[in-house]
Design a protein around this ligand. Structure first.
Ligand code: SAM
Length: 347
């Protein structure tokens, strides 16, 4: 649901220069989906073709609009940005956006999440434009399996990882969504292999529990908990599962590798909510401001801006979004309940 913003709302907002929600969480991290288009079609992310229609270009925020929103957000204490999608690199002139955002005072951490297929072409430009770090999604090292799951090819992803290393976009983080029967569970598990692959590439890998974004794949059939993955002998041979999980203000918990070569991250949105330390807001590709991933509620910044809204008005919407951020993000398991998929919201 996108909420239209009543005119009288703006007059009632208290002056404030930072975003603190009703539970005392300081919101300093904005994740921005720059497009709902993608050159892959991962089962767990993209809705079925008949349920998915890309937004017309006119409905997507222009770069100047994103830049303006980020300037206002930075004035409210946002320091960290992650650009995502859809696939950010399919948007034309994406490094130009990176350059604009990297130069905004107050933004000290600018990163992106990508499937890496186009990094061979853009990694160098992105580093020059001021991108700090990169997260790369890779769910399988088996090219047939990779193609079946994503509709794309593994080889350009591997080339993209090399290009990111060569461009100095470090430290690289790899993200793997765990799916029973595909890359996890019994004979399908690629967890150990992916850990070794990450170590060989001096990257940190994070395994993510599958979330029920409804238009995607059958969640119940494919969900596997991190706890179950950590019971595997080939995982325990590599990961010090007895070390205490490092906690902090991030979604991931980290365990050390036994050979001392680094650590492995685990993101457990389903089995262990990390809402308590959540410092995030999200801007959708069509200008919706969301304060919680699973809560299907957003405020419409695009229409506000296009109808002449001032920076103070934008600021007030950020404050309102912080105020309505739920204490805990709850996933709705009823079929059809999740109206927007990851491709719209930005993962
Ligand atoms: N196209 C880019 C990519 O592939 O990384 C950025 C967008 S993608 C939506 C961002 C992240 O969301 C990816 O790491 C993806 O694995 C994760 N993601 C998408 N749907 C998910 C789901 N249902 N459960 C868990 N993670 C999901």
């Amino acid at each position: 649901m996108t909420e239209a913003i009543p005119v009288h709302f703006f007059a009632r907002q208290p002056a404030a220069d930072e975003l603190i929600d009703r539970f005392g969480r300081k919101l300093t991290y904005l994740r921005i989906s720059v497009t709902d288009r993608c050159n892959m079609r991962c089962d767990y992310c993209r809705p079925a073709p008949d349920a998915y229609k890309a937004e017309p270009h006119t409905q997507i925020l222009r770069y100047e609009e994103i830049e303006r929103i980020v300037r206002v957000a930075a004035g409210l204490g946002v320091t960290k940005l992650r650009l995502t999608g859809g696939e950010p690199l399919v948007r034309r002139d994406f490094p130009l956006l990176v350059e604009k955002l990297a130069n905004i005072p107050g933004i000290i951490d600018l990163s992106m999440t990508t499937n890496a297929t186009l990094l061979g072409k853009y990694a160098h430009d992105l580093a020059l434009a001021g991108l700090g770090r990169i997260n790369i999604s890779i769910d399988s090292l088996n090219s047939l399996r990779f193609r079946k799951l994503t509709g794309g090819e593994l080889a350009p992803v591997l080339a993209g990882i090399e290009a990111a290393k060569a461009a100095g976009l470090l430290p690289i983080k790899l993200n793997t969504v765990l799916m029973r029967g595909i890359n996890a569970g019994d004979e399908h598990s690629e967890v150990a292999e992916l850990i070794d692959f990450a170590a060989a590439n001096h990257a940190t890998i994070r395994f993510i529990e599958l979330m029920p974004m409804k238009q995607g794949m059958d969640w119940e059939q494919h969900y596997i908990s991190i706890d179950e993955v950590l019971q595997r002998d080939d995982v325990r041979a590599r990961v010090d599962v007895d070390a205490s999980l490092e906690t902090g203000n991030t979604a991931a918990r980290y365990l050390p590798l036994k050979n001392g070569s680094g650590e492995v991250g685990f993101i457990m949105p389903m089995s262990e909510r990390f809402c308590e330390g959540c410092n995030r807001l999200r801007l959708t590709s069509d200008g919706g401001l969301r304060s919680c991933l699973p809560a299907d509620h957003q405020l419409n910044l695009r229409d506000l801006i296009r109808s002449g809204g001032s920076d103070e008005d934008i600021s007030a919407v950020f404050l309102r979004s912080a105020m309505i951020k739920p204490e805990i993000g709850l996933y709705d398991f009823d079929a059809g309940s999740q109206k927007r998929s990851m491709i719209h919201i930005g993962g």
